[in-house]
Design a protein around this ligand. Structure first.
Ligand code: NDP
Length: 244
């Protein structure tokens, strides 16, 4: 598949590490002007050293006003990937109110904020665009000790459908990718224990976790014109986990 993002400005949140970082590098290779937003400056510094074409923005998505301003400062933006998220593990009965606030602030409210700024800009410029929200298999399946993470990703799927409904008429498509475990920093948090990992792998028909590149491929597809009639979908990248 021949994909080019020449002339496009793409904002990727959570681009300091993991999936977001590899996505930023890939999109830059495809000719996009990539704006990498993330929380930790030193991670972004190593990213821009690796590809000096990438622009970086240090912002904490927990801070609505500061991150909104940071995104407004890098407009115009044609394409947006809401990838930043955090996970915290706890049995449901031990969940603290601050855990709920933290995960909802970053994983859900962060998407609302960034998407409002970018969508308004695309609408003003009448250029059309695409937004990809990085959700998870956890949006649709119960994962032990992941109550609030699952709830936050369920919210991402629901939010995406409404965004697709309301922004579609303005020529902005909105979709999610829903990966299974990927052994990034976040993936290792939940799945480093070999027994836990094996029990998850045994439920994945392809018998393995996903690679970062496999998630990047799906995001690139949904972001590109190759998916020009795809709007409001949740695309599992899970080796069949959600199908069983
Ligand atoms: P990582 O933890 O490896 O990377 C997350 C990135 O998001 C980091 O660069 C981090 O910044 C950034 N980030 C976190 N909080 C904030 C914040 N408040 N403001 C700005 N940036 C922030 O995660 P993954 O790459 O694994 O995850 C990427 C996406 O994929 C997430 O949406 C995740 O939920 C989803 N996903 C991941 C799976 C997995 O198994 N890994 C499975 C399914 C979905 P910093 O550099 O400071 O750490």
């Amino acid at each position: 598949m021949n994909i080019s993002f020449e002339g496009k400005r793409v904002l990727v949140t959570g681009a300091g590490q993991g999936i977001g970082r590899d996505l930023a590098l890939r999109l830059a290779k495809y000719g996009a002007t990539v704006i990498a937003l993330s929380r930790t400056k030193k991670h972004l510094d190593t990213l821009t050293q690796e590809d000096p074409r990438i622009l970086s923005v240090v912002a904490d998505l927990r801070d609505w006003d500061a991150s909104r301003k940071a995104i407004e400062n890098v407009l115009p933006v044609d394409l947006l990937v809401n990838n930043a998220a955090i996970a915290s593990l706890s049995p449901f009965l031990d969940v603290k109110p601050e855990d709920v606030d933290l995960l909802m602030d970053v994983n859900v409210k962060g998407i609302v904020n960034a998407s409002q700024v970018v969508a308004k800009n695309i609408i003003e410029r009448k250029c059309g665009g695409s937004i990809v929200n990085v959700s998870s298999q956890a949006s649709q399946a119960a994962l032990k000790d992941h109550a609030i993470y699952c709830a936050s990703k369920g919210a991402v799927d629901a939010l995406t459908k409404v965004m697709a409904l309301e922004l579609g008429p303005r020529n902005i498509r909105v979709n999610t990718v829903n990966p299974t475990v990927v052994l990034t920093e976040m993936g290792r948090l939940g799945w480093s224990d070999p027994n836990k990992a094996q029990s998850m792998i045994s439920k994945i028909p392809l018998g393995r976790f996903a690679e970062v590149d496999e998630v990047v491929d799906a995001i690139v597809y949904l972001l590109s014109d190759k998916s020009s009639m795809v709007n409001g979908v949740a695309l599992p990248v899970d080796g069949g986990f959600l199908a069983t």
